[in-house]
Design a protein around this ligand. Structure first.
Ligand code: SF4
Length: 339
């Protein structure tokens, strides 16, 4: 690693992790293989939301056809079962009943897909064109379909954005383009979405600011605000990109690089002051120690025996030789009683 403060690259996701927790930042930097925001809407996955009206309509047509085929088969099986019953062909009746049972599961799946997609299509068609003002000064709620109705094109970048000066790189989930406007969009993985400002934390704000910086640098567009969508919903929030947020990127990058250097030099990285943040952190989630992991000489396992008699470890625990107070660790009895 070079001694220059800007000698090595950092990805936007890692920068966000550093704002959340220094140890999470170190773990993320060691795992940096993919800088693309998580993709949710692969068209072949039935129940995940689609974010393009064209894809929604295409998928709806496919699932309607499948539903029709299953309905026809069900009617045929009912007829066969009825005739078999009439002539007391017991084996045929049982076979028809079994096939009907199997078919009903697939029918239900298709029906749910059709209902979900039809509802999404309705929302997309009924949305009013609404977009935040380019002079946005405070966070406002937004709706995906209203933004598209306002004339934004949703772009999935094929290549990562990279700023050669700061050596920051990353790929937002989508970029909304309209005229000279470039709006980065990320998706927050919140299972319990309740629309509101309080679900966007500083680690998300720095990611939004970092993507805004990358878009302004790489595409030369105007980025007055950035958007976070919540969970698998079509609702989210637009956050203004202030000069202060842009300045914070530089200082956070320096702090992150300093923390990575310290770790590379085998200096300790402190746990967060408020270890409540470990409760839901995926890096601290305990997993049973497998035989393969135990035998792997490249792995330094920090295993702790649980009440169930098995030994558990976590990514953060292994790297920093401790047991993070994750909720599952408490449940399994990996922590001292009053921890
Ligand atoms: S488990 Fe705690 S210390 Fe470890 S990365 Fe997560 S938040 Fe940080």
């Amino acid at each position: 690693m070079n001694d220059s403060p800007k000698a090595f690259g950092i990805k936007v996701r890692t920068l966000g992790e550093f704002v959340f927790c220094q140890r999470a930042g170190i773990l993320s930097s060691l795992q940096e293989t993919n800088d693309t925001e998580r993709e949710y809407d692969q068209p072949n996955l039935d129940f995940l939301p689609q974010y393009s009206l064209a894809v929604v309509e295409e998928q709806l047509a496919i699932h309607l056809r499948r539903l029709g085929t299953r309905a026809t088969l069900a009617v045929l099986l009912l007829v066969v079962g009825g005739v078999s019953f009439w002539f007391s062909w017991k084996i045929a009746v049982v076979a028809a009943a079994v096939l009907l049972f199997v078919l009903s599961r697939s029918f239900n799946r298709e029906l749910r897909s059709v209902l979900t997609l039809a509802d999404t299509r309705r929302q997309a068609l009924q949305a009013e064109p609404v977009e935040p003002p380019s002079t946005l000064s405070s966070a406002v709620p937004v709706n995906w379909w209203s933004l598209l109705k306002s004339g934004f094109d949703s772009i999935r970048l094929q290549e990562s954005l990279r700023d050669e000066e700061t050596k920051l790189s990353g790929t937002p989930w989508r970029v909304l383009r309209k005229g000279s406007l470039r709006i980065p969009v990320i998706k927050l993985e919140t299972a319990n979405f309740e629309a509101g400002r309080f679900w966007v934390y500083p680690q998300h704000e720095i990611r939004l600011a970092a993507y805004a910086h990358l878009l302004a640098t790489c595409e030369g567009g105007e980025v007055p605000y950035a958007i976070a969508l919540f969970g698998d919903s079509f609702d989210g929030i637009a956050i203004p990109i202030s000069a202060e947020a842009m300045r914070a990127i530089e200082s956070q990058l320096d702090a992150a690089r300093e923390a990575i250097r310290r770790h590379a030099a085998s200096l300790p990285t402190d746990a967060p002051e408020n270890t409540n943040v470990c409760s839901g952190c995926p890096f601290g989630c305990p997993r049973a120690v497998t035989e393969a992991a135990r035998r792997d000489p490249s792995k330094k396992i920090h295993g702790v025996p649980a009440r169930d008699g098995r030994s558990y470890h976590s990514e953060c625990g292994d790297l920093f030789s401790w047991t993070p107070p994750h909720w599952l660790a408490k449940k399994k009895g990996l922590l001292p009683p009053n921890a």
